[in-house]
Design a protein around this ligand. Structure first.
Ligand code: ZN
Length: 142
């Protein structure tokens, strides 16, 4: 499956889980994606480089998905979705961060662009404390 595709995500499901499932169902492990739509609730992460931990913040309410973009690759032998998002509420103020589980889909349109070639595999990166792709020339994916 190397063709771009559009899919509507189901109401009531967790946004991050639903996106991940679409990749798993199609065996796509290297892609860029975009989502627009609306959700109820949000949990965003902020990675604190000092403590090397994600600080999570929960937001209650109805929100527009102003922008949600990310990628799919592989970690621990499974599809791994990394997504960042900007949401806005009734006051039109935007907020966002690293998308965590915790946003219930009201309506969402997913646009996926699969990328051919070797799949990047995430591995632990000591300096950042994150699971990152290998640098080019490090004998990356598979
Ligand atoms: Zn992130």
């Amino acid at each position: 499956m190397d063709q771009p595709f559009l899919v509507r995500l189901p109401m009531g499901e967790d946004l991050l889980d639903a996106v991940t499932r679409e990749f798993e169902n199609r065996s796509v492990r290297k892609a860029a994606f975009f989502v627009i739509g609306a959700v109820q609730g949000a949990v965003f992460g902020f990675y604190d480089p000092g403590t090397k931990k994600y600080l999570n913040r929960e937001f209650a309410g109805d929100f527009e998905i102003v922008s949600c973009t990310g990628n799919a690759s592989e970690k621990d032998g499974k599809t791994f979705v990394h997504a960042h998002a900007i949401f806005s509420g009734e006051d039109y103020a935007c907020f966002g961060g690293h998308l965590m589980q915790g946003s219930r889909i009201f309506a969402a349109e997913l646009h996926v662009v699969p990328i051919p070639g070797s799949i990047p595999v995430r591995g632990f990166d000591e300096p950042t404390g994150l699971y990152l792709w290998p640098m080019e020339g490090e004998g990356s994916g598979r």
